[in-house]
Every structure is written in structure tokens, then in C-alpha cells.
Ligand binder design. Structure first.
Ligand code: SF4
Length: 467
């Protein structure tokens, strides 16, 4: 009999029963909540007179609406203040651990979970945010869920869900210098399409994945949802255990490691599908359109609409019209107005280190506004201990407080008008960065930092700085 993959093993261990709808009722080991998608869910609990089933498996932080330039309360935006107060009240009333802005432990929920050691191999994890797949980097099965599911999990610690198929994405070879996890996931989405993963979990495997750090694996898994996959994961290995060792919520390291070894995919596991990528052929990637699948290597020309698959042509036409770009042009040389380095995709210490290495090579171009927003207060503290904040400030970047910031601009950090942003976040949808007509180019932290200095999109592999 063939072996099993990680998703099958984790599913078996967490499935409560098959529901009449045909979906499975799945036990959720860790529920992460934040200020935007939880207030209504708590309201529904109150209406029904229910309590939180497992407060000890529920952790909260504030990220989406938190201002990054001032920590003074009450917040200038009354709606933001109201959301934060609701989270404070709800966590207090239901006995939920809360990493708030005054705790020194606050940050983007997908940065906070791993750095505290809450995220562990073999867990089922849910959070009311699309990019929960990030936690799959640790061999967890992690779902982004909606508000009604947040309510269900608060009340029962379970959710109704269909088991996805599993596609193994095998990345062979070595990733070249100047290219990283962000480029890889953008290349994967570019090849398979934004709907290519529908109905699937993505298991990332192969030499290139094994050689990645945990933070790179988080970047990779984070954007699985952008390729349509329900979840993305990497099998746990020694790097996973080393990362988690000594973290505050890892109480029994040996048991955690033993469980990780038990649930990882068997060498003879079967998959519903397999796709192979060659890491050596990867180049720095930049999006040109209005979804993350509209992406090219920095030195490639933009595709003609006719060269694209039929089901992508209409969106491509809309993208060209909205972005004001033309087929046959290159992204290299495209002028930018704003740079955003941060988010749950690329707001971790290694991302900031990579960007700072580039920032050392000069100064932010005169007409560019560049923000560096650490993913969490702990990331900020570590970066400051290394002097990264000073490197950024000296080069003309604004060093901000932790939060989601311009990833989706629910706080005051927003594009204005038709501005073009070079962004390390994960979505380039129309209006995503706060201006209904603003434009977003997704790229890696190195590429974004180089764009800040050059005032335009440049190829990091040949960028020497501007000092
Ligand atoms: S950084 Fe962006 S994608 Fe990540 S949790 Fe915040 S808003 Fe969501």
C-alpha cells in the first residue's frame, strides 16, 4: 500500500466526522484572530448565548488597522479605535491571550504565530485572513476563513470543510543569486494561473525548498492562496525544529518533533498531481497586471493578449487598460512613486536584512516615498538591534511601526491617485493599496529596495546603487 502525504495524515488526525453535506468536520488546533474579522463573530456568539469553546487554543493580535506612524490612543480613525476596543473587550471577556500594541508582541497575525512558536508541525490552523497558508511552512494545514467560520471555530473549535486534493510542486536545483522565495511563488502562480490551484493543497518539495530558510518557506506558503490553492505546506525538517526550539509556546520540544516526523509525507506518498520547476531558471519577477498571475521576469516583455490562454484574455485586457502598460514593453525601467517593504509575505527579519543590504547602496530617489514596515514588534526590535532601522533612515526610507500597513491600506498608509507602488505584499488587485486608481507592482524585498533607490523598476542582479 502506498504511503500517505502530510495533508492526508493531518486530516485523519483532526477529522471529527463526515457531515450530511459531504464536508468534513475538522478540529482546529490553533485559532488566530484579529480586529477586522472577529468583532461580528463575537457578536454572533453573544446573540446565541454561546461561549468560546477553547480560549486556550485562541490567540489574538491587532494588525490591519493599526497606524504605523503613531501609537497614540485613541486612534485618529474612530472606526479603527472602535475595532481595537472591541478586540480588547472580547479577548478579556472570553479569556483569550491578546498580543496588543502595548504588549511589545503585536504584529501581523501570520508573523506573530510562528515567531511565538504557536505554529507547529501537524497542526490544523485557522484565521480570518486569506494568507493563513503562511503557517504551512511548518508542516501545518492552515486555512484562511470567513467571519461565519470564525464564529463556528470560536463556538466549537471545529469547522466544516471539504478535503482538498494534493498537488506536489517539486522545485529541483538551486535558486540563483538575487532571486528568492517571492520570485519562486510569483513564477509558480504565473505558470499555473491564479485559479490553477482551485481544489488543491500545494505541497512544496525538492532541493530548492529544502535549502530555503523558514522565513523563505513562509513567503512561499503565504501566497499559495493567490494561486487558488486552499492551503500550501512544506514538510517539517531539522530547520523547522531548529526555528521552533526555545520559542515561548513550544512547551515539549521532543513531543513536537516526534509528531512532526510522524506526520510528514512518506517517501512513497501518492499525490493527485505533480508539477516540476527548475529553480536554476528563475529570474527576479515583477507583476504587471491586476492579479499576481499577471507576472513576468524583470527582463521579459509583457505578453500580447492573444498569446495568453483564452480564459485569461479578458482580465489581461482590463489589466492593460487599468495599468496603462502595453504588450511588448518591459517592467525594467518603469517609473514608480511609492515603495512598500513589509506585510505577512515579506515583513520578516531576513526580508528587512535583504532590503537593507540594497539600501546601503544609495539614497531613495527624490520623488519616491518609501516605507519599511516590520511584520511585528519583535521583528522591529531585532532589526533595530542590528541597526537596520538606521540604514533605512539614512537612505531616506521611513521606518514605521509594525502592522499590515499598505498591504491593504486599512490604516492611513495609502496610495494617492494613479501612483505606482513597488510592493513586497501579496495582492495587486485594483484599489488594494488604498487608492481606487492606484497601481501595484509586486516584487521581492531586494527588488523593491532597488526600485526605491532608482525611482524605477530595475534588475537587482545588475543593480549597483545610486550613491
Ligand atoms: S499583511 Fe496583508 S495579507 Fe497579511 S494579514 Fe495583513 S492585510 Fe492580510
Amino acid at each position: 500500500m502506498a504511503g500517505k502525504n502530510l495533508l492526508e495524515k493531518v486530516w485523519e488526525k483532526h477529522k471529527v466526522k463526515t457531515l450530511p453535506s459531504g464536508q468534513d468536520q475538522l478540529f482546529i488546533g490553533l485559532h488566530l484572530i484579529h480586529e477586522v474579522t472577529s468583532p461580528q463573530a463575537f457578536g454572533m456568539l453573544r446573540q446565541k448565548g454561546l461561549s468560546v469553546k477553547y480560549p486556550s487554543r485562541t490567540y489574538a493580535t491587532a494588525d490591519h488597522i493599526v497606524p504605523t506612524d503613531s501609537t497614540t490612543r485613541p486612534y485618529h480613525d474612530p472606526l479603527a479605535e472602535e475595532m481595537l476596543k472591541a478586540l480588547e473587550t472580547n479577548t478579556k471577556e472570553y479569556g483569550i491571550t491578546y498580543f496588543g500594541p502595548e504588549s511589545g508582541k503585536q504584529g501581523v497575525v501570520h508573523v506573530v504565530g510562528p515567531e511565538k512558536g504557536l505554529t507547529q508541525p501537524g497542526m490544523t490552523i485557522a484565521c480570518g485572513d486569506s494568507h493563513t497558508a503562511t503557517h504551512g511552512a511548518f508542516g501545518a494545514i492552515a486555512f484562511g476563513v470567513g467571519t461565519s467560520q470564525v464564529r463556528d471555530i470560536l463556538a466549537t473549535q471545529t469547522m466544516a470543510i471539504s478535503k482538498p486534493k494534493v498537488r506536489r510542486i517539486l522545485v529541483n536545483g538551486t535558486i540563483p543569486e538575487g532571486v528568492g522565495a517571492k520570485d519562486l511563488i510569483l513564477a509558480i502562480i504565473g505558470r499555473l494561473g491564479v485559479n490553477g490551484g482551485l481544489g488543491y493543497a500545494y505541497e512544496y518539495a525538492g532541493e530548492a525548498i529544502e535549502s530555503m530558510s523558514m522565513e523563505e518557506r513562509m513567503t512561499l506558503c503565504n501566497m499559495s492562496i493567490e494561486g487558488g490553492a486552499r492551503v500550501g505546506y512544506v514538510n517539517p525538517d531539522e530547520k523547522t525544529y531548529a526555528y521552533l526550539s526555545g520559542r515561548p509556546f513550544v512547551q515539549d520540544f521532543s513531543a513536537m518533533k516526534a509528531f512532526g516526523e510522524a506526520i510528514k509525507s512518506d517517501s512513497d506518498a501518492e499525490y493527485d498531481d505533480e508539477i516540476v520547476f527548475d529553480a536554476a531558471s528563475l529570474k527576479p519577477m515583477v507583476t504587471w497586471g491586476i492579479n499576481p498571475g499577471q507576472v513576468v521576469a524583470v527582463d521579459e516583455t509583457l505578453p500580447t493578449v492573444e498569446s495568453l490562454p483564452k480564459d485569461e484574455r479578458e482580465t489581461a485586457e482590463r489589466a492593460y487598460e487599468y495599468m496603462g502598460f502595453q504588450p511588448g514593453e518591459k517592467m525594467a525601467g518603469r517609473k514608480i512613486d511609492v515603495v512598500f517593504i513589509g506585510s505577512c509575505t515579506n515583513g520578516r527579519l531576513s526580508d528587512l536584512r535583504e532590503a537593507a543590504e540594497v539600501a546601503k547602496k544609495g539614497s531613495v530617489a527624490a520623488d519616491v516615498k518609501a516605507l519599511v514596515v516590520p511584520g511585528s514588534q519583535e521583528v522591529a526590535a531585532m532589526a533595530e538591534a542590528e541597526g537596520l532601522d538606521k540604514i533605512f533612515s539614512k537612505a531616506g526610507f521611513e521606518w514605521r511601526n509594525a502592522g499590515c500597513s499598505m498591504c491593504l491600506a486599512m490604516n492611513p498608509d495609502k496610495l494617492k491617485g494613479r501612483q505606482i507602488s513597488a510592493s513586497t505584499s501579496n495582492r495587486n488587485f485594483i484599489g488594494r493599496q488604498g487608492s481606487p486608481t492606484g497601481r501595484t507592482l509586486l516584487m521581492s524585498p531586494r527588488m523593491a529596495a532597488a526600485a526605491a533607490l532608482a525611482g524605477q523598476v530595475v534588475d537587482i542582479r545588475s543593480f549597483g546603487g545610486n550613491s
